[in-house]
Structures are given as structure tokens and as C-alpha cells.
Write a protein of this length. Structure first.
Length: 383
């Protein structure tokens, strides 16, 4: 396959996501990484998981052709008290949920056949207060969770066989006030936390052996009013943060050696009212932001040279009531948004050239129990 003048890396059949990522990390051409992840056919099954603030995870299979959702048998799955953040292990076999009110992380094993969830032995795992965002590092070794009330990040190592968690020595690691969103860069070198109360972004280097975090020089880095969601582009060049009260998106360039951040020229970029969720497509071409107050989705094109954002034609795109979490599927074909107010999930097809969105037939899809907040997508390897 050839896209934008670059050739995709050929991989053996039966490769797992972990083995593919490990191979791609050694590849010097970031475009090869993007093209391969988009083009490969090793992931015939996709599952969507939605954390609802009324104690459950709703689960769906994704039709890879149309983007339509079908409820998984047995869902919703009990997930602690007031779950918000949700993250998926790289191969899709484990799902982790951050619970605001019970100050804990729930861990689930996901069936590779049906996508159904079952509790991991030892779950839930203790964290600090008012847990919000949660992220899994791309090597599948560590989990990081933002303790909104505890001004810190809890860190855990993952048992790759069972999905069980154990606290990293030194955890939790201090942040500025009220960390909310959290993200790990695609090389697994850095962690970034959006500090809602501190109007800043905390940055850390990851000890690749232990998972311990060390603050990057200059951290925390200034953001705008009440940063909430955070995402790192798939090339590891830029960080994007949704600022709730200032109704915009901050953009930063990452120092690839230190993990330090410098604000991109032109940042912040205008969004809608109360932007919350933020997601980037797997090619690193587009950014999507859920505007909780204006009931729509802002879409941007990324300038690959500078990291600057420009509005996609037709943006913003209508969503349901009080949209919150947002995710792009691993093929880059679809966007999913959890509409907290209308208790459903909107699904959109992405125009791969322009980044514009068109609603998928049958959207929005009903959430059976509770108010949806966090969204995560699992890609499950085939035979």
C-alpha cells in the first residue's frame, strides 16, 4: 500500500499489536508507522466501551464497514461508583476504569470473541480521591490515573497475563491542582496530565523498567483556564489540551529528548463552549473536540510541520446533549462521542481527506443504563 507517497511496512500474518508496535518503534519513518496501523488487516474486531457515571460500562461491537454499534451480550457491566475515565490495553484484552466516588481503578478482562467483560482477580485497586482520567502506556506495562482530589498521578504495573495491577514504588506522583485528563506519548517515554485547577500541564518521564515518574524540567507548563482533556499525536510531536473555561484548545510541541513543552504559534485555538473531550485520528491529521456546552464537535486539521490547528470545513458538527468523552477508532474511519445529557453515543464517519464528519446510519445509539462519560476503543487481533 502507498499513501501520500510513502510505503507501508509489511508485517507477517498473525502479528499481535504488541509485536507490531515494538517493530514500528524501531522504524525511523513515522509515516510508515501511521500507514501500517491504518492499512493492516490484523484487527478484524473492534469493541467500544463507555463508562457511565451511574456505575457501569456499556459495551458494543463496531461494524468495521459502517461504524454502527451493536450492544454486547451481558452489558452493562458493573464498574464501581461513578466511573469516568476508561482505557484499553494495547491488544484489547484488558479494560481499566477510573472511579470518581470510590477512589479506585476497576480492571476487566475482555473476551476476544465477544468483547464481554469479566472482573480481574484483585480488582478494584486503590487510588486517591476523585479519580478522573486514566491511560495505559503503549507497551502495555503501566497504567496511570489522575487523582483530581489528591493532586497526583497513581501509577501501576500490569500483569500481562492476568491484567492485575500493582502499585509502582513511589506512587502517587505529585501534580499541580486537580489533574483531570492524562495521556502517554506513543513511544512510552512521557506522561502528561492536564491540571484543571492549576491551569497547567504536568509532564513526566517514565522509568521504562519500573514505571516511576520524574517531573520534566520546567513542569508544570502553563495552559489556559481549566484544562480538561489531553491527547498526544501519534507521532509524539504535539500535545493538545481542551480548556473548559476559556473555550479553546492549547497546542504544544514536545521536546523529543526531554519531554518539555513549548506552546505552538497561534495557540490557543478557538473551540465551542466548555470543550471537554479531545481525540486525534491515527494518522495524526485531525483533532476532534467535544463541546459540552454548545452540543457539538469541533474538528481541526493539524499542520504537520508546526502543530497549528485550522478548522475543518463544516465544523462544528452537531452532537447529542452535553457531549463528553470522544474517541477515534484505530482505522481512522469513525469518531464516537458519549452524550452525557441525552444518554446515548453519537457515531460519525470521517472524510479521510478533509476530516469532516457525517453521522453514521442509526446514530445516536442508546446507552442502556446511566449517563455516558468516558469512551475507549479496543482493537482485537485476529488469527
Amino acid at each position: 500500500m502507498r499513501e501520500r507517497g510513502r510505503t507501508a511496512l509489511l508485517l507477517p500474518s498473525g502479528a499481535t499489536l504488541i509485536s507490531i508496535l515494538l517493530a514500528l518503534w524501531g522504524c525511523p519513518d513515522a509515516a510508515v508507522v501511521r500507514n501500517t496501523l491504518v492499512a493492516m488487516k490484523h484487527f478484524p474486531k473492534y469493541f467500544l466501551y463507555v463508562a457511565t457515571t451511574t456505575d457501569y460500562v456499556s459495551a458494543y461491537t463496531i461494524d468495521s464497514s459502517t461504524g454502527a454499534l451493536s450492544a454486547i451480550s451481558g452489558e452493562p457491566f458493573a464498574a464501581g461508583t461513578n466511573p469516568h475515565g476508561i482505557a484499553v490495553y494495547p491488544t484489547g484484552k484488558f479494560v481499566y476504569v477510573a472511579n470518581v466516588s470510590s477512589a479506585s481503578v476497576y480492571a476487566f478482562a475482555a473476551s476476544s470473541i465477544t468483547g464481554a467483560l469479566s472482573s480481574v482477580n484483585g480488582s478494584p485497586y486503590a487510588a486517591r480521591t476523585y479519580l478522573q482520567g486514566i491511560a495505559v502506556d503503549p507497551r502495555g506495562k503501566f497504567v496511570y490515573a489522575a487523582n483530581y482530589g489528591g493532586a497526583s498521578v497513581s501509577a501501576y504495573t500490569i500483569d500481562s497475563s492476568t491484567g492485575a495491577l500493582s502499585a509502582v514504588s513511589g506512587s502517587p506522583f505529585a501534580t499541580a491542582t486537580n489533574p483531570h485528563g492524562i495521556a502517554v506519548d506513543p513511544r512510552g517515554k512521557f506522561v502528561y496530565a492536564a491540571n484543571y485547577g492549576g491551569a497547567s500541564v504536568s509532564a513526566y518521564t517514565i522509568d521504562s523498567s519500573t514505571g516511576a515518574l520524574s517531573a520534566v524540567s520546567g513542569s508544570p507548563f502553563a495552559a489556559h483556564s481549566n484544562p480538561h482533556g489531553i491527547a498526544v499525536d501519534p507521532k509524539g510531536k504535539y500535545v493538545y489540551v481542551s480548556n473548559v473555561r476559556s473555550n479553546n484548545v492549547s497546542a504544544y510541541k514536545i521536546d523529543s529528548s526531554t519531554g518539555g513543552l513549548s506552546e505552538v504559534t497561534g495557540s490557543p485555538f478557538v473551540a465551542g463552549s466548555f470543550p471537554i473531550g479531545i481525540a486525534i485520528d491515527p494518522t495524526g491529521s485531525f483533532v476532534y473536540v467535544s463541546n459540552n456546552g454548545s452540543i457539538n464537535i469541533s474538528a481541526y486539521m493539524i499542520d504537520s510541520s508546526t502543530g497549528a490547528l485550522s478548522a475543518v470545513s463544516g465544523s462544528p458538527f452537531a452532537a447529542g446533549s452535553s457531549p463528553a468523552g470522544i474517541a477515534v477508532d484505530p482505522t481512522g474511519k469513525f469518531v464516537y462521542v458519549a452524550n452525557w445529557g441525552s444518554a446515548n453515543v453519537s457515531a460519525y464517519a470521517i472524510n479521510s481527506i478533509t476530516g469532516s464528519l457525517s453521522e453514521v446510519s442509526g446514530s445516536p445509539f442508546t446507552v442502556g443504563v446511566g449517563k455516558p462519560w468516558g469512551v475507549a476503543i479496543a482493537a482485537v487481533a485476529g488469527p
